[in-house]
Design a protein around this ligand. Structure first.
Ligand code: GLU
Length: 427
């Protein structure tokens, strides 16, 4: 892999720029973030001692609108990772035709080691440090890895206390009662599910004969698995950070989820009401899950799980990326040569930011939409984006990832061209 995640992300921009045929100014504008803030966050721990955590927020690019993107709490967060994720948000929002640029934030912390009150104090400390760097018209955070609606609620509350205004549009993914949108909680998984349905139609896959393996059973992975199973797909493998389970018969997703809520582990069970029984299965590792011979593989955990070292071993015919950046740039070609069709993260996981956009619109309107309206509009947007990308990939004879980047670069290019480029001023 490249030295760091940002270089890896930038190598794709350079690679796809030629095919997109946009002015050099467009590419130049994407080669570095506009601004990144690093802050030390003092938090009073339950013991009475003060600990200092490091937090980041990056505004990568705001040519299409205010920067948008989640905040993750994870021990492996780095500045470059946050910047790479913010670049991917820039591409994602352009792919979905949302009036947003790309941003991202993160705190280096293992949230599982904090008490609920420490977590609240840390979330509020982050907003105190970033209160002038975020805002409903400038930069709008949301949930990401290990952050959730409750944390978004604390963050909004802190922002409002500092600025002495009600400003629900400063953050999305909030609890519904505090200005959140119906349908935001399962939006990432639903978006991936809608992409998988669209892919199945294009590839003539019948759900009943299609096996799916899911790596990662957090919010995105769970909801995608649940909806796919409901539509008839066979969910043959599921894993979380501690390992996974496989059965060619397929699992009942809801049972596995219920059990995971109880025991914090992915276990092969079938539950009837609250009575769960173990079902036949093989215990597998995360690496083994990635290498299963399945129709669709869904990486839904962290970045970089498929790389030069294991890409040749991937046997899935299709990949739907719920995680951000699960495939490193130098594995793209290997997968392509194998004929594996990849629905890229910037499309497959874009349901989350799309419903975040709907939430922000509702906050600005002061009017909330019902769940049906949210779901209908999400379907429309996902299907349109999938079709646009499919069409681009036909036109340019490329994979879907290249097609998504070409589409995004063209849209960003139109914004740059609208102000005039070298060609305009020199003619
Ligand atoms: N963190 C999510 C993502 O990576 C959601 C971002 C948002 O809703 O703004 O797309």
């Amino acid at each position: 892999m490249s030295e760091n995640l940002l270089d890896d992300a930038l190598s794709r921009i350079s690679r796809f720029a030629e095919q997109a045929d946009v002015a050099q100014e467009v590419i130049d504008s994407l080669m570095q973030p506009r601004a990144t803030k690093t802050a030390s966050l003092p938090v009073r721990m339950d013991s009475g001692a003060t600990e200092y955590f490091t937090g980041f927020r990056c505004h990568y690019n705001n040519q299409l609108g205010p920067t948008k993107g989640g905040i993750r709490f994870h021990p492996n967060v780095t500045l470059e990772e946050v910047q790479a994720l913010a670049l991917w948000m820039t591409i994602k929002c352009a792919v979905m035709d949302l009036p947003y640029g790309g941003g991202k934030g993160g705190i280096i912390v293992d949230p599982k080691k904090l008490s609920p009150m420490e977590l609240e104090r840390l979330s509020r400390a982050y907003v105190r440090a970033m209160a002038d760097f975020i805002g409903p018209q400038t930069d709008i955070p949301a949930p990401d890895v290990y952050t959730n609606a409750r944390i978004m609620g604390w963050m909004m509350d802190e922002y409002e206390a500092i600025h002495r205004v009600k400003a629900p549009g400063v953050i999305t993914g909030k609890p519904v009662r505090l200005g959140g949108s119906l349908g935001r909680d399962d939006a990432t998984g639903r978006g991936a599910y809608l992409c998988t349905l669209a892919l199945a139609r294009k590839q003539d896959l019948t759900p009943q004969d299609t096996s799916v393996a899911i790596q990662g059973f957090g919010n995105g992975g769970y909801h995608a698995a649940r909806l796919l199973q409901k539509a008839g797909f066979k969910i043959v493998a599921i894993s979380d950070s501690r390992g996974g389970i496989y059965s060619s018969e397929g699992f009942d997703v809801e049972s596995v989820y219920q059990e995971k809520q109880r025991s914090k582990q992915v276990k092969a069970v079938y539950c009837n009401a609250s009575v769960c029984e173990q079902v036949d299965h093989d215990a597998i590792s995360n690496e083994e899950l990635l290498e299963l011979d399945v129709d669709i593989l869904i990486p839904a955990a962290l970045e970089g799980v498929i790389h030069r070292g294991n890409a040749t071993k991937i046997r899935a015919r299709h990949l739907v990326e719920i995680a951000n950046g699960p495939v490193e740039a130098d594995a793209d070609e290997i997968l392509e040569e194998k004929g594996c069709i990849v629905v890229p993260d910037v499309l497959a996981n874009a349901g989350g930011v799309t419903v975040s956009y709907f939430e922000w619109v509702q906050n600005r309107q002061g009017y909330s939409w019902d769940a049906e309206t949210v779901q209908e509009r999400l379907s429309e947007r996902m299907e349109r984006a999938f079709e646009d990308i499919w069409e681009q990939s036909r036109q340019h004879n490329t994979g879907l990832r290249a097609a998504a980047y070409i589409l995004a670069l063209k849209r960003l290019g139109e914004a740059v061209e609208a102000h005039g480029t070298r060609n305009y001023f020199n003619s």
